[in-house]
Design a protein around this ligand. Structure first.
Ligand SMILES: Cc1ncc(COP(=O)(O)O)c(C=O)c1O
Length: 395
């Protein structure tokens, strides 16, 4: 069986890395020919990103080391440039690249943070959001699309509401950019984060969009790179690959919306039919076209992943696996997914590299794995039935 990679929300295959590691090694800031050609390629990449984001100017794009740096920069910049406001509004389902910073800012007494909840489909509680916004809000930071469930927040409308209170609006669009159309020119979005490795560019490169006219304070100070907004010699090879990836993402956007979505839907339907006691996590009406998160009740997600991996299939678990903790993910907890289902939640995330045969492999493999695991699970009602039938004979 060919290996099947269905973990594209974690990272994607790199499209191309160009000759900028070898022959074209100049510093993009240098005046001589070695640097000038690289400088020109870095400028081209900025234009390619501008196109993908539908931004008004290429100078609205600042290269960063990834989504995490872009998120940190946006929130810290907003707090510093709005000294008379000390509140942040965010949600309970953000990526740790936002949540951990907000928790830290609260802990050191730098900001008061409102964490807005979601419903069982992962949709933001709009009334609670409206209620949290005030003249004290310095910045709102809400994700465009959720990395675990693919649920899309109505981000432009949420930005309009923030504007009414004079707050800055930032969106972590790391999972949205390249998968769903983005047009920033006429929106109320002040800042947007993206990450290269989610759209077939390398890891360790990303960007922060800052609308022209929005007050900005750099996170990294030093040289004059990025017009003084992000010091440090540019990661030129990665930037150039990011530009090319942005261009390709635009070309393939339609494919993502149709072919990739059709594969995702076929997988989801087939699994829901073949396997009892499972359901979809997330907003089935407004989701990224590539993401499918299914809760399989009464099984351990980690066990499913191990068996899938043995069969050559890479997916990812909705539960906190990095810490080795048994706590289900904060996203599924915020959605009030029952413990027995959150633990067995698996995310399958597609990219344009996937083919129909990948779906066939999962559909052929997973039902048998589930059957086996459930027989071993003490929580599976079938197992309880068996236990009840089992009458111990005491001597
Ligand atoms: C929604 C979201 N935000 C931020 C990040 C962090 O991006 P990076 O890995 O580029 O720092 C990720 C990565 O998984 C993500 O999914």
């Amino acid at each position: 069986m060919n290996p099947v990679y269905l973990d594209n929300n974690a990272t994607t295959r790199v499209d191309l890395m160009m000759p900028f590691f070898t022959e074209q090694f100049g510093n993009p800031s240098s005046i001589h020919a070695f640097g000038a050609s690289v400088g020109a390629a870095v400028r081209t990449a900025r234009g390619q990103l501008q196109q993908l984001l539908g931004a008004a100017h290429d100078h609205e794009i600042i290269y960063t080391s990834g989504g995490t740096e872009a998120n940190n920069t946006a929130i810290l910049s907003a707090l510093e440039s709005m000294p008379d406001r000390e509140e942040i509004v965010t949600s309970k389902v953000e990526h740790p690249a936002v949540l951990a910073l907000c928790q830290h800012l609260e802990k050191i007494g730098r900001a008061k943070v409102h964490y807005i909840g979601v419903d069982s489909m992962g949709r933001l509680d709009i009334e609670a959001y409206r209620a949290a916004l005030s003249e004290k809000t310095a910045v709102v930071s809400l994700m465009w699309a959720n990395n675990e469930t693919g649920t899309i927040f109505p981000i432009e409308g949420l930005a309009d509401l923030a504007k009414e209170k004079g707050a800055l609006f930032h969106t972590d669009a790391v999972q949205a950019v390249g998968k769903t159309p983005v047009s920033l020119k006429d929106s109320s979005i002040d800042m947007l984060s993206l990450s290269g490795h989610k759209l077939h560019a390398p890891k360790g490169i990303g960007a922060l969009y800052v609308k022209r006219g929005v007050r900005f304070k750099p996170l990294l100070r030093g040289g004059h790179q990025e017009r003084g907004r992000r010091a440090g010699t540019e990661n030129a090879p990665a930037i150039i690959a990011l530009g090319k990836a942005a261009e390709l993402a635009l070309t393939h956007m339609q494919d993502e919306q149709t072919r990739v979505k059709a594969m995702r839907d076929r997988l989801e339907k087939a699994l829901l039919q073949a396997i009892p006691n499972c359901f979809v996590n997330g907003d089935i009406y407004d989701r990224l076209p590539n993401t499918c998160n299914i809760a399989f009740e009464y099984v351990e997600g980690e066990a499913i992943l191990l068996h899938l991996n043995r069969a050559g299939i890479a997916a990812s678990s909705g539960s906190a696996c990095t810490s080795g903790s048994l706590e289900p993910s904060h996203v599924l907890r915020a959605m009030n997914i029952p413990f027995t289902a959150a633990h067995g939640s698996i995310r399958f995330s597609f990219s344009r590299d996937n083919v129909d045969a990948d779906v066939d492999s999962v559909v052929e493999t997973l039902p048998a794995i589930m059957e086996k695991l459930r027989q071993l699970s003490p929580f599976w009602p079938g197992a309880q039935q068996k236990q009840a039938e089992f009458k111990p004979v005491y001597a």
